[in-house]
Design a protein around this ligand. Structure first.
Ligand code: SF4
Ligand SMILES: [Zn+2]
Length: 286
């Protein structure tokens, strides 16, 4: 199993995008946009002229850009760019309405993104919900002068083609592993086959960069999702995998229509999941 060293975050080594073959890369991504398969939805729309499930176009829409001090300790300060629009539709989304209405974001050109990255003076550039915007991300990185590592902060519902492409530019994968049961994923995020996609993408990520996994514990989803996810991580990625078990869930957006998640997590639910992680031997919890 790949051992995570996080040396790129300590200023050792060169960020991957500095060695990327941008010409070929952009050609490949444009091809993917013309019949969009950036994520598991595989809408097959031409993103240059029409919209798929996520409603993102080929132009980057951003609703937040700042140095973030609330990320995992090794990442801060993290230069976070929040993309508007998302390929998941979580009924409890904390970033709605921007996540569901990309039109609410501000349009940024690739050059604007690059300039912001060059000026942000952070330890890394953290692309949040990047899945629908790979072309803009790569177009921006092509113009970035700073030697700054790239963080791919995603819900893990991107396609295998995207997973293969981003190996060229991503130094650290910051991945949500949200559901282990596809019934839960379908009901709460309209994401059938989420579990298979997330497993595959975590395995590819682990082989190709540093990895931090976020497990958001949700009420009444500890036995069907949180615990089996932790067990899978331990068995497939190893006991030293960096895992952040998040207790911050709160019902937002349309969660009031789903009684089982329409409350905060109890201390007992959270501590039970953390104890389980320790019991099965996960040693690198945030
Ligand atoms: S990014 Fe995903 S949801 Fe958006 S158009 Fe492409 S395949 Fe569809
Ligand atoms: Zn569940």
């Amino acid at each position: 199993m790949h051992s995570q060293c996080f040396s790129i975050l300590k200023g050792k080594g060169t960020p991957k995008f500095k060695n990327a073959d941008f010409k070929q890369f952009i050609y490949d991504i444009e091809k993917l946009y013309k019949s969009c398969e950036l994520c598991e939805r595989k809408c097959k729309v031409n993103r240059f002229i029409e919209k798929g499930f996520c409603r993102a176009t080929a132009k980057a829409k951003i609703f937040g850009a700042h140095a973030h001090y609330g990320e995992e300790p090794e990442l801060i300060p993290s230069g976070t760019l929040f993309f508007a629009g998302c390929n998941l539709q979580c009924v409890y989304c904390q970033n709605a309405p921007h996540s569901v209405t990309p039109e609410l974001g501000d349009e940024w050109s690739d050059r604007q993104i690059a300039e912001w990255i060059d000026k942000c003076k952070c330890k890394n550039i953290n692309f949040v919900t990047p899945d629908c915007y790979l072309l803009n991300i790569v177009g921006a990185l092509k113009n970035v002068k700073a030697n700054i590592p790239v963080v791919w902060n995603s819900s893990s519902y991107y396609s295998e083609k995207t997973a293969e492409l981003i190996k060229e530019i991503v130094d650290l994968y910051l991945l949500d592993f949200r559901y282990f049961d596809n019934k839960c994923a379908t009901k709460l995020s309209s994401a059938p086959n989420y579990a298979e996609a997330a497993k595959r993408n975590h395995l590819i990520a682990c082989r190709n960069g540093d990895l931090i996994i976020r497990v958001l514990v949700m009420p009444n989803h500890t036995d069907c999702c949180a615990k089996p996810i932790l067990r899978w991580i331990k068995d497939n990625l190893g006991e030293n995998t960096r895992v952040n078990i998040l207790e911050q869930y709160h019902p937002a957006y349309r969660a009031n229509k789903y009684p089982e998640i329409n409350r905060r997590l109890t201390m007992k639910e959270y501590s039970d999941v953390v104890s389980y992680a320790k019991k099965i031997g996960l040693k690198n919890l945030v």
